[in-house]
Design a protein around this ligand. Structure first.
Ligand code: TRP
Length: 336
C-alpha cells in the first residue's frame, strides 16, 4: 500500500472578467491567493457567467477573460500548482446553479445587499441573473467542496447564503456539501476608491479616476495617487473612521512596500500628504511593473493561454462532476 499524504484543504475563489484586474483585486485577493497556494489545493476561476449579469460587449468580454488569465499567471499564480479555469468551461457550474436555485429562497435573495446596490445602479436591467447571482456563486464554491473561500469583506453575505443553502441541502439529503468558511485577509481586505474612500475600489468606477488597474501605465498610476482624496489635516495616521482616504493609502503602501502600519506612520511623520502620496504611487508602480510586463507578454501568446485554460477546465471538471453526480443521485435524478 502506498502512503498517501494527508488530503490538503480546498480553496476556491473567483473574480469577474468585466475588465482588467484592479489594484484592489491584486492586493485584496490575488496576492493572498498566491500565498495560499503553498498550503492548499486551490481552484481559481474567472467568472465570466457572473459578468453577464450586467451587459457586456462580446468582444471585450472575450478579450478581458483571456487577459485576466494572463494577469493571474503574471501575478504569480502558477497554472501547474493551481487549477486556473474559466467558469463557462465547466458546465457543472450552471447545472448545480439550477439545482441550488430550488433550495434558495426568494426572501433571502431579496435581502442581498449587493443585489440591492446593483439594481439601484442598473435600474434599466434588473434581470433574474442579477437576482440569482449568489446561487451561481454558491454552486462555484460547493462543487469543489471548498473549505475556505478567500474573498473581500463585501462578499461575506454571499458566503453566508452559500453556507445556508448548503446546510439546508445537507439537512434534507444528508452530508453532501462541505460547509465553507470565508477567508478574509487582515491587511488590505478592502482597498477603497481613491476618489471616494467610502466605496470599494471597483472597475465600474474607473471613469472617476479613483480606480487603479494593474495594467495602467506608470504615469496614470502616479496621477491617480497624486489626486487621491485625503482630508483637511496633514498627519499620516491610521484611522479609517475619521481619515478614510489616508488610511486607505496607508494600507496600500504597507502592502506594496512591505511595511507595517506603525512603520508607515513613523516614516511619514511630519512630512505632509504630498510627499506621502508620491511615495505610495511609486511603491504601487514598482509592485505592478513586473506583473504588467509579464501579463502583456503572456496575453500575446493566445496558444499558451488556450492550453492553460483547457488544462484548468479538465482538472476542475473532474472535481466538479463528482459533486454534481452525487447531488443528482441524492435528488432522485436517473443517472446516465
Ligand atoms: N461575487 C464575487 C465578487 O464579486 C465573485 C465570485 C463569483 C466569487 N463566484 C465566486 C468569489 C466564488 C469567490 C468564490 O467578488
Amino acid at each position: 500500500m502506498t502512503v498517501e499524504t494527508a488530503k490538503k484543504k480546498v480553496i476556491l475563489s473567483g473574480i469577474q472578467s468585466s475588465g482588467a484586474l484592479t489594484l484592489g483585486s491584486y492586493i485584496g485577493a490575488i496576492r493572498n491567493w498566491v500565498e495560499l497556494s503553498e498550503e492548499y489545493d486551490c481552484y481559481y476561476c474567472i467568472v465570466d457567467m457572473h459578468a453577464i449579469t450586467v451587459r457586456q460587449d462580446p468582444e471585450t468580454l472575450r478579450r478581458n477573460t483571456l487577459e485576466q488569465l494572463a494577469q493571474y499567471v503574471a501575478a504569480g499564480l502558477d497554472p501547474k500548482r493551481n487549477v486556473l479555469f474559466v467558469q463557462s468551461h465547466v458546465p457543472s457550474h450552471a447545472q448545480l446553479g439550477w439545482v441550488l436555485g430550488c433550495y434558495a429562497m426568494f426572501g433571502e435573495l431579496s435581502r442581498m445587499t449587493q443585489f440591492k446596490e446593483k439594481s439601484a445602479k442598473n435600474a434599466g436591467n434588473i434581470n433574474a441573473g442579477l437576482f440569482t447571482y449568489p446561487v451561481l456563486m454558491a454552486a462555484d464554491i460547493l462543487l469543489y467542496q471548498a473549505d475556505l473561500v478567500p474573498v473581500g469583506d463585501d462578499q461575506r453575505q454571499h458566503l453566508e447564503i452559500t453556507r445556508d443553502i448548503a446546510m439546508r441541502f445537507n439537512g434534507i439529503y444528508g452530508e453532501t456539501f462541505k460547509i465553507p468558511e470565508a477567508h478574509i485577509p487582515k491587511l488590505g481586505a478592502r482597498v477603497m476608491d481613491l476618489q471616494s474612500p467610502g466605496n470599494k475600489m471597483s472597475k465600474s468606477e474607473a471613469a472617476s479616476g479613483g480606480c487603479v488597474g494593474i495594467m495602467d501605465k506608470p504615469e496614470d498610476i502616479m496621477r491617480a495617487f497624486k489626486r487621491a482624496v485625503t482630508d483637511s489635516g496633514s498627519e499620516v495616521r491610521f484611522d479609517p473612521e475619521t481619515k478614510p482616504g489616508v488610511s486607505n493609502l496607508m494600507q496600500i503602501y504597507a502592502v506594496c512596500a512591505n511595511k507595517t502600519l506603525p512603520e508607515v506612520e513613523r516614516e511619514f511623520s511630519g512630512r505632509g500628504y504630498g510627499d506621502f502620496k508620491r511615495s505610495v504611487g511609486e511603491a504601487v508602480i514598482e509592485t505592478l511593473r513586473p506583473i504588467r510586463e509579464d501579463a502583456s507578454r503572456l496575453a500575446g501568446d493566445r496558444a499558451l493561454l488556450a492550453e492553460i485554460c483547457a488544462d484548468g477546465a479538465e482538472r476542475a471538471s473532474l472535481a466538479a462532476e463528482r459533486t454534481l453526480r452525487n447531488v443528482y443521485d441524492k435528488l432522485g435524478f436517473v443517472l446516465k
